[in-house]
Design a protein around this ligand. Structure first.
Ligand code: GAR
Length: 208
Protein backbone atom coordinates (compact mmCIF):
# COMPACT_ATOMS: atom_id res chain seq x y z
CA UNK A 1 0.00 0.00 0.00
CA UNK A 2 1.50 3.34 -1.06
CA UNK A 3 1.57 6.30 1.30
CA UNK A 4 0.00 9.38 -0.37
CA UNK A 5 0.65 12.89 0.98
CA UNK A 6 -1.51 15.66 -0.49
CA UNK A 7 -0.28 19.28 -0.60
CA UNK A 8 -2.96 21.98 -0.66
CA UNK A 9 -3.42 25.74 -0.35
CA UNK A 10 -7.12 26.50 -0.76
CA UNK A 11 -10.60 25.06 -1.02
CA UNK A 12 -9.44 21.50 -1.56
CA UNK A 13 -12.04 20.22 -4.02
CA UNK A 14 -9.36 18.08 -5.68
CA UNK A 15 -8.40 16.72 -2.26
CA UNK A 16 -12.09 15.89 -1.75
CA UNK A 17 -12.17 14.06 -5.09
CA UNK A 18 -9.17 12.01 -3.94
CA UNK A 19 -10.76 11.24 -0.55
CA UNK A 20 -14.03 10.20 -2.24
CA UNK A 21 -12.16 8.07 -4.78
CA UNK A 22 -10.22 6.32 -2.02
CA UNK A 23 -13.44 5.65 -0.08
CA UNK A 24 -15.17 4.17 -3.09
CA UNK A 25 -12.22 1.92 -3.92
CA UNK A 26 -11.15 3.82 -7.05
CA UNK A 27 -7.62 4.33 -5.73
CA UNK A 28 -6.08 0.94 -5.79
CA UNK A 29 -3.10 0.24 -3.53
CA UNK A 30 -2.88 3.77 -2.08
CA UNK A 31 -3.92 5.59 1.09
CA UNK A 32 -3.92 9.32 1.89
CA UNK A 33 -2.08 9.53 5.19
CA UNK A 34 -1.43 13.26 5.56
CA UNK A 35 -2.49 16.62 4.13
CA UNK A 36 0.03 19.46 4.19
CA UNK A 37 -1.13 23.04 3.64
CA UNK A 38 0.79 26.19 2.77
CA UNK A 39 -2.07 28.20 4.28
CA UNK A 40 -3.39 27.78 7.81
CA UNK A 41 -6.85 29.00 6.74
CA UNK A 42 -7.25 26.59 3.81
CA UNK A 43 -10.65 24.89 3.85
CA UNK A 44 -8.84 21.80 2.57
CA UNK A 45 -7.57 21.32 6.16
CA UNK A 46 -11.19 20.98 7.35
CA UNK A 47 -11.84 18.39 4.67
CA UNK A 48 -8.85 16.37 5.89
CA UNK A 49 -9.91 16.61 9.55
CA UNK A 50 -13.51 15.62 8.68
CA UNK A 51 -12.10 12.47 7.17
CA UNK A 52 -9.68 11.59 9.97
CA UNK A 53 -6.56 12.49 7.96
CA UNK A 54 -3.66 14.11 9.85
CA UNK A 55 -2.66 17.64 8.84
CA UNK A 56 0.44 19.84 8.86
CA UNK A 57 1.01 23.47 7.87
CA UNK A 58 4.26 24.73 6.35
CA UNK A 59 4.41 28.34 5.18
CA UNK A 60 6.97 29.80 2.81
CA UNK A 61 6.71 33.07 4.74
CA UNK A 62 8.07 31.45 7.92
CA UNK A 63 11.49 31.00 6.26
CA UNK A 64 13.64 33.93 5.14
CA UNK A 65 15.62 31.79 2.65
CA UNK A 66 13.83 29.73 0.00
CA UNK A 67 16.47 26.98 0.42
CA UNK A 68 15.55 26.61 4.11
CA UNK A 69 11.89 26.26 3.20
CA UNK A 70 12.79 23.69 0.51
CA UNK A 71 14.84 21.68 3.04
CA UNK A 72 12.13 21.81 5.72
CA UNK A 73 9.42 20.62 3.29
CA UNK A 74 11.70 17.81 2.07
CA UNK A 75 12.39 16.69 5.65
CA UNK A 76 8.69 16.84 6.54
CA UNK A 77 7.76 14.68 3.53
CA UNK A 78 10.54 12.20 4.33
CA UNK A 79 9.43 12.01 7.97
CA UNK A 80 5.90 11.16 6.74
CA UNK A 81 7.39 8.39 4.56
CA UNK A 82 5.73 9.70 1.40
CA UNK A 83 5.67 7.30 -1.55
CA UNK A 84 3.63 9.75 -3.64
CA UNK A 85 3.11 13.49 -3.23
CA UNK A 86 0.07 15.06 -4.89
CA UNK A 87 -0.11 18.81 -5.52
CA UNK A 88 -3.86 19.46 -5.35
CA UNK A 89 -4.11 23.22 -5.76
CA UNK A 90 -0.75 23.81 -4.04
CA UNK A 91 0.22 27.39 -4.83
CA UNK A 92 3.85 27.50 -3.65
CA UNK A 93 6.58 26.63 -6.17
CA UNK A 94 8.59 23.58 -5.12
CA UNK A 95 12.37 23.81 -4.75
CA UNK A 96 15.17 21.71 -6.26
CA UNK A 97 15.74 19.64 -3.12
CA UNK A 98 12.20 18.35 -2.77
CA UNK A 99 11.87 17.72 -6.52
CA UNK A 100 15.09 15.70 -6.67
CA UNK A 101 14.33 13.78 -3.45
CA UNK A 102 10.98 12.67 -4.93
CA UNK A 103 11.81 12.35 -8.63
CA UNK A 104 8.81 11.05 -10.62
CA UNK A 105 6.89 10.74 -7.35
CA UNK A 106 5.17 14.16 -7.37
CA UNK A 107 1.94 14.54 -9.36
CA UNK A 108 0.38 17.95 -10.08
CA UNK A 109 -3.06 18.78 -11.45
CA UNK A 110 -3.09 21.77 -13.80
CA UNK A 111 -6.36 23.33 -15.03
CA UNK A 112 -5.49 23.51 -18.75
CA UNK A 113 -4.25 21.29 -21.57
CA UNK A 114 -0.47 21.63 -21.16
CA UNK A 115 1.49 23.10 -23.01
CA UNK A 116 -1.28 25.72 -23.31
CA UNK A 117 -1.86 28.20 -20.50
CA UNK A 118 0.82 26.90 -18.16
CA UNK A 119 4.12 27.90 -16.56
CA UNK A 120 4.89 30.74 -14.16
CA UNK A 121 1.93 32.99 -13.42
CA UNK A 122 -0.65 30.49 -14.68
CA UNK A 123 -2.50 29.22 -11.65
CA UNK A 124 -6.08 29.00 -10.38
CA UNK A 125 -8.57 31.36 -11.99
CA UNK A 126 -5.87 33.15 -14.01
CA UNK A 127 -5.56 30.09 -16.26
CA UNK A 128 -9.23 30.31 -17.21
CA UNK A 129 -9.06 34.10 -17.68
CA UNK A 130 -6.24 33.59 -20.20
CA UNK A 131 -8.07 30.78 -22.00
CA UNK A 132 -11.16 32.98 -22.40
CA UNK A 133 -9.05 35.96 -23.53
CA UNK A 134 -7.48 33.79 -26.24
CA UNK A 135 -10.87 32.47 -27.26
CA UNK A 136 -10.00 28.78 -27.28
CA UNK A 137 -12.96 26.49 -27.87
CA UNK A 138 -11.44 23.59 -25.95
CA UNK A 139 -9.55 23.64 -22.68
CA UNK A 140 -9.22 20.96 -20.01
CA UNK A 141 -6.91 19.63 -17.36
CA UNK A 142 -3.59 17.80 -17.14
CA UNK A 143 -2.18 15.47 -14.49
CA UNK A 144 1.60 15.37 -14.78
CA UNK A 145 4.79 14.62 -12.88
CA UNK A 146 6.63 17.60 -11.43
CA UNK A 147 10.12 18.47 -12.62
CA UNK A 148 12.18 21.62 -12.22
CA UNK A 149 10.48 23.06 -15.31
CA UNK A 150 7.24 24.67 -14.09
CA UNK A 151 4.34 22.59 -15.54
CA UNK A 152 6.87 20.92 -17.85
CA UNK A 153 7.13 17.38 -16.45
CA UNK A 154 5.91 14.13 -18.06
CA UNK A 155 2.17 14.19 -18.80
CA UNK A 156 0.16 11.32 -17.32
CA UNK A 157 -3.47 12.04 -18.32
CA UNK A 158 -5.27 14.91 -20.07
CA UNK A 159 -8.97 15.53 -20.58
CA UNK A 160 -10.54 18.15 -22.83
CA UNK A 161 -13.49 20.33 -21.81
CA UNK A 162 -15.61 22.56 -24.07
CA UNK A 163 -15.65 26.33 -23.68
CA UNK A 164 -19.18 27.71 -24.10
CA UNK A 165 -20.64 31.07 -25.08
CA UNK A 166 -21.02 33.36 -22.09
CA UNK A 167 -18.47 31.52 -19.93
CA UNK A 168 -16.87 33.53 -17.14
CA UNK A 169 -13.57 32.37 -15.61
CA UNK A 170 -15.55 31.07 -12.62
CA UNK A 171 -18.04 29.10 -14.74
CA UNK A 172 -15.25 27.63 -16.86
CA UNK A 173 -13.19 26.74 -13.78
CA UNK A 174 -16.14 24.83 -12.32
CA UNK A 175 -16.75 22.92 -15.58
CA UNK A 176 -13.05 22.03 -15.90
CA UNK A 177 -13.00 20.80 -12.31
CA UNK A 178 -16.17 18.73 -12.61
CA UNK A 179 -15.54 17.25 -16.04
CA UNK A 180 -11.77 16.85 -15.92
CA UNK A 181 -9.76 17.54 -12.76
CA UNK A 182 -11.83 15.52 -10.28
CA UNK A 183 -11.75 12.55 -12.68
CA UNK A 184 -8.20 12.46 -13.99
CA UNK A 185 -6.38 13.26 -10.73
CA UNK A 186 -7.72 10.21 -8.83
CA UNK A 187 -7.12 8.09 -11.95
CA UNK A 188 -3.49 9.25 -12.24
CA UNK A 189 -2.94 8.61 -8.53
CA UNK A 190 -4.38 5.11 -8.82
CA UNK A 191 -2.23 4.32 -11.86
CA UNK A 192 0.86 5.43 -9.92
CA UNK A 193 -0.07 3.34 -6.88
CA UNK A 194 -0.56 0.30 -9.12
CA UNK A 195 2.89 0.89 -10.72
CA UNK A 196 1.22 1.36 -14.11
CA UNK A 197 3.05 4.53 -15.17
CA UNK A 198 6.36 4.14 -16.97
CA UNK A 199 8.34 7.34 -17.42
CA UNK A 200 10.19 7.44 -20.75
CA UNK A 201 12.31 10.58 -21.00
CA UNK A 202 9.88 13.46 -20.58
CA UNK A 203 6.84 11.38 -21.48
CA UNK A 204 4.92 8.51 -19.91
CA UNK A 205 3.53 5.21 -21.07
CA UNK A 206 0.51 3.81 -19.26
CA UNK A 207 0.80 0.07 -18.74
CA UNK A 208 -2.54 -1.73 -19.15
C1 GAR B 1 -7.57 23.72 -9.21
O1 GAR B 1 -8.28 24.18 -10.33
C2 GAR B 1 -6.17 23.30 -9.63
O2 GAR B 1 -6.13 22.69 -10.88
C3 GAR B 1 -5.47 24.63 -9.64
O3 GAR B 1 -5.98 25.32 -8.52
C4 GAR B 1 -7.30 24.86 -8.23
C5 GAR B 1 -7.36 24.41 -6.79
O4 GAR B 1 -8.66 24.08 -6.40
N1 GAR B 1 -4.04 24.47 -9.60
C6 GAR B 1 -3.20 25.25 -10.25
O5 GAR B 1 -3.56 26.23 -10.90
C7 GAR B 1 -1.74 24.87 -10.13
N2 GAR B 1 -0.97 25.52 -11.14
P1 GAR B 1 -8.97 23.13 -5.15
O6 GAR B 1 -8.21 23.70 -3.95
O7 GAR B 1 -10.46 23.25 -4.99
O8 GAR B 1 -8.53 21.74 -5.49
Amino acid sequence: MKNIIVLVSGGGTNLQALIDAEKSGLIKNGKITCVISSNIKAYALERAKNNGISTEVIRRGDFSEFSDYDKALTELLKSKKADLIVLAGFMTILGKEVISAFKNRIINIHPALIPSFCGEGFYGLKVHEKALEKGVKLTGATAHFVTEVCDGGPIIIQKAVEVKNGDTPEILQKRVMEQAEWKILPKAVSLFCEDKIKVVGNTTEIID
